[in-house]
Design a protein around this ligand. Structure first.
Ligand SMILES: [Mn+2]
Length: 355
């Protein structure tokens, strides 16, 4: 069970009610489809669950968490009200960023006199600073992703479809320890590469095609994320030029990155390189995002970001150029920011790869 002191430094609420699967997973460390986690000040927490998860929840008891089982006609609302009365809770933080309007309305009705305070952004902020264990999980997820990339480069051949590449790449991640995907794999070939988030199709890969692969593994619930564009046979002059500009933008971003930089500043390191080469209008997305249990978490690096990127936070560096009718290139690495510098966790080669 994670320490919740930081969260209570950010909110006035007497308690925080965590309902969403991802945030329950974050605080408790195990995945469950049902449960209510009540965080109380002083890291004095209660987990309400049902018989399906009761045995698993016993691991929380060891951390001093009170586990309450509800079954046979006792509602979660009754259990919650019991806890709130017992601890004299007058105000409760809730996940405004996660709950449906319906759940919110039900809570408001059932919890009657308790004041509800939005704490969704506070939880996101707490989640943005990773613990050593989380960092290890993300590193492992990224290493699986790198291994899968080296394997797929041996497999891609003209005549395969984008879907064939998707299936092989996902198989390689699973075979190398992924418990699942971080997100739906993006595979694009030929002119499809100008669509940044293309879905894999039955298009056949032809000689000379660029192939963009944006993919990630999940390990212990945590995501990795990387992108490479490779060429099957010799690329056109224009695609080679585009590749080299994106590569320069990406490596410039990484070499200028530092702990404490602004998200907007980091974005500009990459964007300026693309701009000075005349392709600014073809770089149509932001430079980077953090990840964790979600594939996109704060902080972010974009033209509009007000985030500061600090120690124990992650950021991707993924500039791209997409020219409709011609093709596109994106190169994405995952960076860990620490007090004493930046670590690029993505070890795959990013010099132009011609298969
Ligand atoms: Mn990404």
């Amino acid at each position: 069970m994670k320490n919740t002191d930081k969260l209570f430094e950010m909110t006035q609420a007497d308690a925080v009610l965590v309902i969403s699967e991802k945030n329950r997973m974050y605080f408790t460390g195990f995945a469950s489809t049902f449960g209510y986690l009540v965080l109380l000040r002083g890291n004095n927490n209660v987990f309400i669950t049902d018989p399906r998860y009761y045995e698993m929840a016993q691991s929380l008891v060891e951390d001093g968490v009170e586990v309450v089982q509800i079954a046979n006609g006792i509602s979660a609302a009754d259990a919650l009200l019991d806890i709130f009365n017992k601890h004299e809770i007058k105000s409760v933080g809730f996940e405004d960023t996660e709950l449906t309007v319906q759940t919110y309305n039900t809570l408001k009705h059932q919890l009657g006199g308790v004041k509800l305070i939005a704490v969704g952004d506070d939880i996101c902020r707490v989640r943005s600073f990773k613990t050593e264990t989380e960092i290890d999980y993300i590193k492992k997820a990224q290493s699986i992703t790198d291994i899968a990339f080296s394997e797929i480069c041996k497999i891609i051949k003209p005549g395969m479809t984008e879907r064939d590449v998707q299936v092989e790449l996902e198989y390689q991640m699973a075979k190398n320890g992924a418990e699942g995907l971080a997100f739906d794999t993006i595979i694009a070939s030929g002119v499809n590469t100008s669509k940044p988030h293309a879905h894999p199709t039955d298009k056949v890969i032809e000689l000379g095609d660029p192939v963009t692969m944006d993919f990630g593994a999940r390990y212990h619930g945590y995501c990795s994320d990387m992108t490479r564009t490779v060429f099957v046979g010799q690329p056109s002059e224009e695609m080679r030029k585009i590749y080299n500009i994106v590569l320069l933008a990406q490596t410039t971003g990484i070499s200028n990155a530092y702990c404490g930089m602004g998200g907007r500043e980091f974005d500009s390191f990459c964007r300026e390189v693309i701009k000075s080469n005349g392709y600014e209008k073809f770089f149509v997305h932001s430079t980077g995002h953090s990840l964790g249990i979600d594939i996109h978490e704060s902080p972010s690096a974009s033209m509009r970001s007000n985030d500061i990127l600090g120690a124990k936070q992650f950021i991707t560096c993924e500039p791209g150029i997409y020219v409709p009718g011609v093709g596109g290139v994106r190169i994405e690495d995952l960076l860990l920011i620490e007090e004493d510098g930046i670590t690029d966790l993505t070890t795959s080669d990013k010099n132009i790869i011609i298969l």
